[in-house]
Write a protein that binds this ligand. Structure first.
Ligand SMILES: C[S@@+](CC[C@H](N)C(=O)[O-])C[C@H]1O[C@@H](n2cnc3c(N)ncnc32)[C@H](O)[C@@H]1O
Length: 194
């Protein structure tokens, strides 16, 4: 179901998002139509999942999918990603943050809209628990080449190997589209050092 924060101008508490703070929480930034998130929430009923998406139509689609699957461990927040990770989410709340096929903003005059910046990395470090993971995929080589050094320079993030079959990781809606077009996918996985 849709998650509406009680107050948009102060940090949430873990309990305001999901009632049991002892359960692992995974966050999908820019969750789109939500096939990835729904597949994860179905596979891991013992974990909670929060989708963050700014487009209302997509938020509604994910909520409908979650309701059809009778999922009680999935909620969707309609909000902008940078604000959400920078200001709204509590410290050390997430065991995994997924950042999958973010808009690459290919035109040079739009590059400043790209989300991976030093501030974004600091926010990801802040919201991850020690040992928590940040998982990034894109089909856009130039965006990947720009984002990777920024992520690698973040003091609290350590790059890990990510073999395609290392663990269950559903294909996203956009990933399916790009792979069908024969595009290559670039991936990077990081762990939050303690
Ligand atoms: C290319 S789609 C990828 C969707 C999904 N992750 C997937 O792989 O299928 C990017 C998604 O991020 C959302 N989005 C882009 N910028 C955003 C932002 N700053 N805050 C929240 N959502 C954003 C878009 O509305 C869109 O649904």
């Amino acid at each position: 179901m849709q998650f509406v924060p009680p107050d948009y101008f102060r940090k949430l508490s873990r309990e305001e998002m999901f009632p049991d703070p002892s359960r692992p929480l995974e966050i999908d930034l820019g969750c789109g139509d939500g096939s990835f998130l729904v597949a994860l929430a179905e596979a891991y009923p013992q974990r909670d999942f929060l989708g963050v998406e700014r487009l209302l139509g997509r938020v509604r689609k994910v909520c409908r999918k979650a309701e059809r699957a009778e999922l009680t461990n999935l909620r969707v927040l309609r909000l902008e990603t940078a604000y959400t990770v920078g200001w709204l989410l509590p410290d050390a709340c997430a065991t995994r943050v997924h950042f999958l096929f973010p808009d690459p903003w290919p035109k040079k005059k739009h590059h400043k809209r790209r989300l991976v910046t030093d501030d974004f990395c600091a926010a990801i470090e802040r919201i991850l628990v020690a040992g928590g993971e940040f998982l990034f995929k894109t089909d856009h080589r130039e965006y990947f080449d720009e984002a990777l050094p920024v992520l690698e320079a973040a003091a609290g993030l350590q790059r890990l190997d990510w073999a395609p079959d290392a663990f269950f990781y559903p294909t996203t809606d956009f990933e399916a589209l790009w792979r069908a077009e024969g595009r290559e996918v670039y991936s990077a996985r990081f762990s939050r050092s303690s």
